[in-house]
Design a protein around this ligand. Structure first.
Ligand SMILES: C[S@@+](CC[C@H](N)C(=O)[O-])C[C@H]1O[C@@H](n2cnc3c(N)ncnc32)[C@H](O)[C@@H]1O
Length: 274
């Protein structure tokens, strides 16, 4: 992992964060479509959405596989799966589960697997990729997008600055890690785990937020609570105030405009790798 000294916990999520993620989840949905396009999902296919969150993108993919296909979404957070299940249908199923353990699925079951804004959170990426390769059909497609630590989001850079201005820079590493994988790391991981035809592209995405408070709520909900949690309430308040001043400089007539960078990576299960 590229982050130093940080442990991501699945225990910080709350029903409120899950609800707020679903309400603001259009941001991830929008960039998720850039992931789905190149996967060329066809009618009748069986697709696995790992880290499906509240299931918005999986529901969209169900429209691509049609009535003869099937989409399965898994996520470790029970509160998010509870919301996702409101979207459930005959060919769209959701369950709790993690990328590192896909033992409930048979070998060679899926035509395509994708992870939208999920891979940077996975602790054991080798294990996850081994499992994904196992459940893919020979030649099956994998698509994911991931933060690239060499290109942190603008909001992360400003947050780091806000933490420094609040006099808390010495604790920054633990509380504001930049997660993710570089192109070289991804390429090596994919090759080591039996994928072929790796290609990737770093995309700049522009997000518009109403104000600093809504941007911070969105960041916390997207990180299922792994966000500034090492700070006390008073310290967080200081960081929030400094951050609000910094992001206000980015106001455009549409709202606060900030760039995020995501690396989109695609590959196939090597036909003879089973
Ligand atoms: C930013 S959300 C993205 C949700 C969804 N893919 C979307 O497009 O809206 C990140 C998701 O990754 C999930 N996640 C974290 N660790 C995971 C793991 N080890 N395996 C699978 N999913 C994981 C979280 O529970 C969370 O729902």
């Amino acid at each position: 992992m590229s982050q130093t000294g940080s442990v991501i916990s699945l225990e910080h999520d709350t029903p409120e964060l899950a609800r707020s993620y679903d309400e603001a989840g259009l941001v991830q949905f929008r960039h998720g479509k850039f992931l789905i396009g190149p996967l060329a999902i066809k009618s009748g296919e069986h697709v696995l959405d790992i880290g499906t969150g509240t299931g918005r993108l999986a529901e969209f993919v169900t429209g691509l596989v049609g009535p003869n296909g099937r989409v399965t979404g898994i996520d470790p957070l029970a509160g998010r799966i509870e919301i996702a299940r409101l979207r459930q249908s005959d060919n769209l199923q959701f369950d709790t589960g993690r990328a590192e353990d896909l033992s409930r699925f048979a070998d060679g079951q899926f035509d395509a697997v994708y992870l939208n804004s999920v891979f940077h959170w996975i602790a054991d990426k080798d294990r996850a990729l081994r499992e994904i390769r196992r459940v893919l059909k020979p030649g099956g497609r994998l698509g994911l997008n991931v933060q690239d630590p060499s290109r942190p989001h603008q909001s992360r850079v400003l947050l780091r600055q806000a933490i420094a201005e609040a006099g808390l820079a010495d604790r920054r590493q633990d509380s504001n890690p930049v997660l993710g994988s570089t192109d070289e790391e991804l390429k090596a991981l994919f090759a080591a785990n039996g994928f072929t035809g790796y290609r990737s592209e770093l995309r700049a995405l522009v997000d518009i937020h109403d104000d600093a408070a809504s941007l911070l709520r969105w960041s916390e909900a997207s990180a299922f609570g792994n966000f500034l949690e090492a700070f006390s309430a008073t310290e967080r308040n200081l960081v929030h105030q400094a951050f609000a001043k910094l992001v206000e400089d980015r106001r455009t007539p549409e709202g606060l405009s900030l760039e995020r960078y995501l690396r989109f990576a695609f590959a196939r299960k090597a036909p003879a790798s089973n």
